[in-house]
Design a binder for this molecule. Structure first.
Ligand code: NAP
Length: 237
């Protein structure tokens, strides 16, 4: 598909899956704002991709900092006037999270703050720009760990992964996908991917994992509203 002319913002894109989403979108002809909270890490990642001949520029955005979100929206507006694709990718997992009876409440709070409130805040700030696009698309990077149905299924392989904060944050993010269904939004699950967030568990590389959310971001004309998708098909809420 020729994506030339489309404009994307990927949050948390200085490393991991987000970096690969930025790279693959840019390779498809999309002009990418590579979002990162740390200017040094973000600029280095954007320079790396721009050095490969890709249309990628760094934009500072900390999804937990309202001023940086507002500044990023103003910068995209001033430079491009619209946004075609938003990938809410920035996320954390805190290893002091755990089962409901013993999880650190600070961990739960920070996971909800980054993975849900952060994505909601960025979405609110970018919606006016997405509405200026012909077919704005939001991809929320979720996890099957956010599925209420699977968390209640003892036969599910990850049934034992009791991370009340992380799992609840992804369930809440899925609620954002459902409630935004008028806005062409999809939740995309990349599977278990070897990154810093997962403690490098899983045999999928960030590059393999990015391919699916990138496909979701680039689909045009399909009605993806308010669903949760993975490469293996839909994931139950
Ligand atoms: P990662 O390698 O740890 O990367 C996470 C990214 O998010 C980093 O760029 C990090 O920036 C950024 N970030 C964290 N807090 C932020 C904030 N407040 N503002 C802006 N950026 C922030 O993790 P990943 O595995 O690529 O995860 C990407 C997304 O996929 C997450 O939403 C995660 O929940 C989801 N996911 C991952 C897996 C998996 O198995 N890895 C599975 C399902 C879903 P810094 O470098 O500054 O920390």
């Amino acid at each position: 598909m020729n994506s030339t002319g489309r404009i994307a913002l990927v949050t948390g894109a200085n490393k991991g899956i987000g970096y690969e989403i930025a790279r693959q979108l840019a390779r498809s002809g999309v002009s990418v704002f590579l979002g990162a909270r740390d200017a040094g890490r973000g600029q280095a990642a954007a320079d790396d991709l721009a050095g490969q001949g890709l249309d990628v520029s760094f934009i500072r955005i900390d999804v937990c900092d309202a001023a940086s979100i507002a500044a990023a929206a103003a910068e995209i507006d001033a430079r491009r006037g619209r946004l075609d694709i938003l990938v809410n990718n920035a996320g954390i997992a805190d290893y002091t999270d755990g089962a409901p009876g013993k999880a650190s409440l600070d961990a739960v709070r920070s996971e909800l703050e980054t993975n849900f409130i952060g994505a909601l805040a960025v979405t609110q700030a970018m919606l006016p720009l997405l509405r200026k696009a012909k077919a704005g698309r939001i991809v929320n990077m979720t996890s099957s760990l956010g599925s209420l149905t699977l968390n209640g299924d003892p036969s599910w392989p990850f049934y034992g992964v009791r991370l009340i904060g992380y799992n609840a944050s992804k369930a809440a993010l899925n609620m954002l996908t459902v409630q935004l269904n008028a806005e062409l939004t999809v939740s995309a699950c990349p599977g278990l991917v070897a990154t810093d967030l997962s403690g490098h568990r899983g045999d999928r590389t960030p590059s393999e994992a990015a391919a699916f959310p990138v496909r979701m971001a680039l689909l045009q004309g399909q009605d993806l509203k308010g669903i949760c998708q993975s490469e293996q098909g839909a994931i139950p809420w």
